[in-house]
Ligand binder design. Structure first.
Ligand code: ZN
Length: 408
């Protein structure tokens, strides 16, 4: 223990890390080359004498690295027709008598490189476990090319710690321009719904920073089988003001549903991707192309999607869709537990202008007080005469009361 305390106090962690990394690298090279030689000689037809080593020598640690084999080539002394059990052979070099063909070696080497490599790697693990080395330093020493091609080849099977290291190097501007751009597909892959926390969120930010060069990879992700990847890719594309392709509008329409972004129900995870909000803005901006998609959304089975589609169509004054949009909007004027839906409805109905008046007149005596007051308020703003005709002489109702009660 005193030796360990001495090492911990006097040997700098950096030096230990370097030492461990060097030994480990040599060990890995030996393991690989030893393994390669083993593969090559596995089916070798030549057989060599294992030498006069007594059986107990196999237990000696020395034997793990070095074999005292004689190495005399006995291939010519084997007769092909004989069965292994009948073999009786005496080595002319060292005089060892051999009874089984299994005892012969396929390689005349003395040093066991494969075993030596294994011991080096074990030694590295020992150094790391004995010294409080900052283990991250070991990861820091891995060449970028290894991290890069490893992740490229193994994708989701590549360790998360190594993935994180590559992203750390990118965020610290340690990658050259070419490598930096080649990170885009990795970030797009990070958008998938996986077990790693916050990786989609940080990938989203990175992709946004890449700007226009990320557009092709993001557009490709719109066709993904992973819902989260599709939605966040569409969100970044909208933020980057990509042109409204049919794939983007399809995914945007899908994102108007009441879904798990930005936060799944009952979970504390959070992604800064307000897909319904940004989708609504985008649809409003590109209403000419988006109109057919929004009309499709009016027939949706999702309440939020129906309302947002009707709201965008109303705010853009698309009278062709009024027949289907108005019933949805009027439904949301009623007093319910949904947040802000009446406010969205009011803005959309105002967007339809005077054409909405006949629809509103049906509700000026509605049983639902909130809907009745909103209808009266909207009619009063545009055409107060029609209310007098109906015998309603009230001043326009003050709607602020309704919105303060729901937290406005
Ligand atoms: Zn021999």
């Amino acid at each position: 223990m005193e030796l360990l305390t001495f090492i911990n106090e006097h040997v700098h962690a950096r030096h230990v890390t370097m030492l461990a990394a060097s030994i480990g690298s040599i060990g890995l090279v030996l393991l690989l080359s030893g393994g390669l030689v083993k593969c090559v000689t596995w089916r070798s037809i030549r057989r060599y004498c294992p030498g006069p080593s007594p059986p107990w020598s196999r237990l000696s640690p020395f034997h793990w690295l070095w074999t005292g084999r004689c190495g005399y080539d006995l291939t010519g002394h084997l007769s092909s027709g004989r069965a292994a059990k009948d073999l009786v052979l005496i080595c002319p070099e060292c005089g060892r008598s051999l009874k089984k063909i299994k005892e012969l070696q396929s390689c005349p080497r003395h040093v066991r490189w494969f075993a030596l490599g294994g011991w080096f790697v074990l030694g590295t693990c020992l150094v790391i476990s004995l010294h409080p080395v900052n283990r991250k330093r070991i990861v820091h020493l891995i060449p970028t090319i290894v991290l890069f091609h490893g992740e490229d080849l193994l994708e989701s099977h590549w360790p998360n710690r190594l993935k994180g290291e590559l992203r750390r190097r990118h965020s610290h501007d340690l990658l050259d321009q070419e490598r930096s751009l080649a990170m885009i597909p990795f970030y797009v892959r990070d958008l998938r719904d996986d077990d790693v926390k916050f990786n989609a969120d940080s990938a989203r930010r990175r992709l946004f920073q890449f700007g226009q060069v990320a557009l092709p990879a993001l557009t490709l992700a719109l066709g993904s089988d992973d819902w989260q990847q599709r939605q966040i890719a569409a969100d970044v594309l909208r933020e980057l003001d990509a042109s409204p392709t049919s794939a983007l509008l399809d995914v945007t329409l899908e994102g108007l549903r009441d879904d798990d972004l930005p936060r799944p129900r009952g979970q504390y995870r959070f992604t800064y991707c307000f897909n319904a909000r940004s989708g609504t803005k985008y649809m409003l901006k590109h209403i000419d192309i988006a109109e057919t998609y929004l009309r499709r959304g009016l027939a949706s089975n999702d309440v939020q999607q129906r309302l947002l589609c009707a709201s965008v169509l109303g705010r853009s004054g698309r009278h062709e869709s009024m027949d289907k949009a108005m019933p949805i909007l009027l439904e949301h004027l009623a007093d319910n537990k949904q947040f802000k839906d009446a406010k969205l409805g009011i803005r959309a109905i105002e967007g339809f202008g005077d054409a909405a008046l006949p629809w509103l007149m049906r509700y000026i005596d509605d049983r639902d007080t909130q809907r009745r007051d909103i209808a009266r308020h909207l009619v009063c703003k545009r055409d107060p005469e029609s209310l007098f005709e109906e015998g309603i002489l009230l001043p326009p109702p003050d709607l602020r009361a309704y919105f303060t009660t729901i937290g406005q």
